[in-house]
Design a protein around this ligand. Structure first.
Ligand code: 13P
Ligand code: SF4
Length: 317
């Protein structure tokens, strides 16, 4: 199946027929982004899913995102074009591991990144995304211990920004972002001395970006640690003609649309998420024709996780 204009028309027609809205994450293939009703980061898409008027949500993203939509709207049908689209970061902590960790810190508040399974969310006090992680942790009583999971690089960013020392960070990582490393960044900084730098906080290089800023290779006002949605807003305001982008490469499509005058370059052009890319034009078409794969979350588990996700969508902008 090719992403032809006929394919796009058929996708739109089938979505109308099912009374479905199509949501696509910023890391999706360009043709999937272009056919969707809404494109955005994890937080924006969760908010849209919670308020959608349609009966069906077709989530072009990874499984935990579709699960989050189902937790928020249990009465809706939530479809994902390929249920095998997982996430290595969400897999880096299990519910049993979290139970054990909580037992060691019984009074702590549990803050989980939205990149977690529904089972982990059910054991969580507040979920967050990269857009509002700092605001979420800052909203917690400063004397209260915090367990932050599962991403160690986002955790380090939050710890630095909030200045808290009573935050314990789980040692998980996203294999795609962890692979965007300091060496590549140093080299890019050296060869593009006038560029701005957008870094996703899941990157292994987030810390080195700040280090480079400190070293003077990158003046601090040119380094921006941002969620994928934050990158789009920053692109619209950017003053330089070149921006280096340290995140999954699907991001470049929306950035180029948002600011056509800027030359966006990937820090690592091999940083492609294999799970995000499972949502192909063929998979989306099949999903709309067959009404599959449907996402189910156990009702009791959804109930247990809902408060943490609702707190997430109410904090930050
Ligand atoms: P955001 O879109 O919230 O920045 O998340 C990035 C990500 O890795 C999702 O898997
Ligand atoms: Fe998960 Fe990383 Fe892929 Fe995002 S880019 S979906 S965190 S594996």
């Amino acid at each position: 199946v090719e992403a032809t204009p006929e394919w796009a028309q058929e996708v739109r027609r089938l979505a109308r027929e099912r009374n479905a809205t199509i949501l696509a994450h910023n890391y999706q293939l360009p043709e999937i982004q272009d056919v969707a009703d809404h494109v955005g980061d994890s937080l924006a898409l969760s908010r849209i899913a919670a308020e959608a008027e349609e009966d069906t949500i077709v989530f072009c993203g990874v499984h935990f995102m579709a699960e989050t939509a189902k937790i928020l709207s249990p009465a809706k049908t939530v479809l994902i074009p390929d249920e095998r689209a997982g996430c290595s970061l969400a897999d880096s902590i299990t519910a049993d591991q979290l139970r054990e960790w909580k037992a060691e810190h019984p009074d702590a508040m549990v803050v989980s990144y939205v990149n977690t399974t529904a089972e982990v969310k059910a054991l969580t006090d507040i979920c967050c995304t990269s857009s509002n992680a700092v605001d979420v942790v800052a909203s917690i009583d400063p004397d209260r211990e915090v367990l932050f999971l599962p991403d160690q690089f986002l955790g380090a960013h939050v710890k630095r920004e909030t200045g808290r020392d009573n935050i314990h960070i789980w040692a998980g990582e996203c294999h795609v972002h962890a692979g965007i490393n300091g060496e590549e960044l140093t080299e890019q900084a050296r060869t593009h001395p006038d560029a701005e730098l957008f870094v996703h906080p899941e990157c292994g290089c987030a810390t080195s970006a700040l280090y480079l800023a400190g070293e003077g290779s990158f003046p601090a006002d040119r380094v921006h640690i941002l969620s994928t949605g934050g990158m789009i807003d920053a692109a619209k305001k950017a003053t330089s003609t070149q921006v280096l982008v340290a995140t999954e490469i699907g991001m470049l499509h929306q950035l180029r649309k948002a600011a056509p005058g800027i030359d966006f370059q990937a820090v690592n052009d091999r940083a492609s998420c294999p799970y995000m890319k499972m949502i192909t034009p063929a998979a989306l078409l099949r999903c709309l024709v067959e009404g599959a794969d449907e996402v189910h979350v156990d009702l009791a588990m959804a109930e247990a996780g809902r408060a943490s996700v609702q707190r997430m969508i109410s904090i930050g902008n």
